[in-house]
Design a binder for this molecule. Structure first.
Ligand code: FES
Ligand SMILES: [Fe+2]
Length: 337
């Protein structure tokens, strides 16, 4: 069992998936009724009426308020009861919990902790998302039947790529390149370089370097549930490791993870790249990334099934575990606050 860090902004849903009807989402084991109010903001209410615990999501929207489908108690976006059948004025105690929300990068974010600590200026935003030099491929909301920290382990770990993603993200052959990592505040950065190697399959057709490349992978894990993988290639010998990346392919694969419960999470992903949008390339990229993330999902779900079986197990450690150990420590620290 892992403890949850409540005071954090969590990915809730793609903005495109939240309209003016009522949707449901589960985050940190809490069920939410989610809808877009008339001013466009997103309301997230506890999905249980204080009268008999009927899910409010079985009710109906009345303007900006949600009417319980059982006996009609009605709650506004702040969770305050505005209508109680048979009562002139509902008492203050008739309330449901309302969770602060915000939108950034095409995603609705929710704050599951103390509402007074929610600071919308802290919602995750990658500056390149607004940079016209980058185009965006928005991906899916991929359900993964595994603890979200197991997915987080995977997103702090460049070494699995050659074993799990041979047809998409890896280059041919084994790569014994050194992986380094470092904690920076509530983030762990894990990185490695491959010098003078072939282009990886997913980059083919994006740029012709006429030979081998230097390739970087920086895995930024922002605890508790955001990963941004900066990966790219530049022609070998042009100084990319020293910082000259003027003529390169660069991508940011962003993973916004919703922890649903101890055995389920949703992986929302999008990819930014430093070249113009192109429907054919975008579709190819989307399907390659889908294939890659399905490969991770298959592995992580199988691991979860093994973890769920009663067994005597003493974990052995490898050098590559350093960054995920640091990442999990940060989540624990956040959970204690
Ligand atoms: S259960 Fe909601 S009003 Fe009765
Ligand atoms: Fe992977």
């Amino acid at each position: 069992m892992t403890a949850y860090a409540y005071n954090a902004w969590y990915p809730l849903a793609w903005s495109r998936d939240i309209g003016q009807g009522i949707s449901t989402r589960r985050v940190l084991e809490e069920d939410l009724a989610v809808y877009r109010a008339e001013d466009g903001t997103v309301a997230a209410l506890e999905d249980a009426c204080p009268h008999r615990l009927a899910p409010l999501s079985l009710g109906r929207l009345r303007g900006n308020a949600i009417e319980c489908g059982y006996h009609g108690l009605t709650f506004d976006c702040s969770g305050r009861c505005t209508v109680a059948p048979g009562m002139a004025r509902p008492p203050e105690s008739f309330r449901v919990r309302s969770y602060p929300t915000a939108e950034s990068m095409g995603m609705v974010w929710v704050w599951m902790g103390d509402a007074e600590k929610a600071d919308r200026s802290q919602v995750f935003h990658l500056p390149q998302y607004d940079d016209p030099a980058y185009s965006v491929v928005e991906g899916d909301a991929l359900p993964v039947q595994a603890n979200y920290l197991s997915l987080a382990d995977n997103l702090c770990d460049p070494t699995h790529v050659v074993y799990v993603h041979q047809t998409t993200l890896a280059s041919a052959g084994r790569e014994e390149t050194r992986v380094q990592h470092e904690r920076q505040g509530n983030k762990v950065v894990t990185w490695r370089w491959v010098i003078d190697g072939p282009l990886i399959p997913i980059f083919e057709g994006l740029k012709d370097f006429g030979g081998n490349v230097d390739r970087w992978h920086y895995y930024h894990y922002h605890a508790p549930s955001i990963a941004v993988i900066d990966f790219g290639s530049a022609r070998t010998g042009t100084g990319a490791p020293e910082g000259n990346r003027d003529d390169c392919i660069q991508m940011y694969a962003c993973h916004f993870i919703t922890p649903v419960d101890q055995r389920t999470c949703v992986q929302h992903w999008l990819c930014l790249r430093n070249s113009p949008a192109d429907p054919v390339i975008d579709e190819r990229l989307r399907s390659n990334l889908r294939m890659a993330f399905d490969e991770d999902k298959r592995m992580l779900e199988a691991i979860q099934r093994n973890e769920d079986k009663p067994r005597e197990w003493k974990r052995v450690h490898l050098g590559l575990d350093g960054s995920s150990i640091k990442m999990r420590r940060i989540v624990e620290e956040m959970a204690e606050k």
